[in-house]
Design a protein around this ligand. Structure first.
Ligand code: FMN
Length: 218
């Protein structure tokens, strides 16, 4: 039969529900075989035209990690400035664990992507969507293995690309903090910190046509 066992199905939904974006880590490194399993899970992700546009750079040099952290911190300050009235609230949030996590990866889009037209002629950004699918696979596999992951997008991609020697056309997409964690947050940290709440599913699902919000709700 095509269907998984009830226990397997429950595990899939559980890992989806319990995956969290993590920013608090323990310093222990990841076991190499475990990291390899996680990267393989990422590599099994779907991709537009099967182009497999993801590239992962392991950051093992401590000085380089510090420099990546400096870029993230710089962008964190720019973000705070751009936020206006929520600036102070944002600066109090923990938005990355770059220096604390056991393993640091940078996920990037490969160069020479213009050769891949299948599924991208009208929407070239489907390459980015494909990398995101790979990252989500990694995230879910990590959660099942008891490993936390934080997706950090606070950086100037040109500066990070230059730091990592990316070829022209390639671009970094995510700094991924991976590692053992003291505990997984019970709900999104941004919800715990009252930055935002998960919206009801009903507000996201429409039928046949876009449901425009009432401009003047009673
Ligand atoms: C594309 C993307 C970029 C993100 N960038 C950051 C980031 O720079 N810093 C951060 O703290 N969290 C980042 N996150 C994590 C989100 O804040 C998190 O997914 C959201 O708050 C929901 O929490 P959850 O993932 O635990 O369900 C990012 C998530 C995604 C999907």
């Amino acid at each position: 039969m095509n269907r998984y066992s009830d226990g397997d199905i429950a595990a899939i939904y559980r890992v989806i529900e319990q995956r969290r974006d993590m920013r608090h880590f323990l310093p222990e490194p990841l076991e190499p075989a475990l990291l390899q399993r996680l990267l393989r899970a990422a590599h099994l992700g779907p991709s537009v035209g099967f182009m497999q546009p993801w590239r992962f750079i392991r950051i093992t040099d401590t000085d380089l990690r510090q420099r990546i952290h400096a870029l993230v911190d710089e962008e964190r300050r720019h973000t705070a400035d751009a936020l206006g009235e929520r600036q102070d609230e944002f600066m109090r949030l923990k938005v990355e664990g770059v220096l604390d996590c056991g393993e640091l990866l940078v996920a990037a889009l490969m160069d020479r992507r213009e050769r891949h037209v299948f599924g991208r002629r009208t929407m070239p950004q489907m390459d980015l969507a494909s990398v995101a699918c790979a990252i989500q696979n990694l995230w879910l596999a990590a959660r099942a293995e008891g490993i936390g992951m934080g997706w950090v997008s606070l950086f100037d991609p040109e500066a990070l690309g230059a730091l990592l020697g990316l070829p022209p056309g390639a671009t970094p997409v995510a700094v991924l903090c991976l590692g053992h964690v003291p505990a997984f947050y019970a709900e999104p940290m941004l919800q715990q910190e009252k930055w935002a709440n998960r919206q009801p599913l009903d507000a996201m699902v429409f039928e046949n046509t876009w449901r425009h919000e009432d401009a003047n709700p009673a």
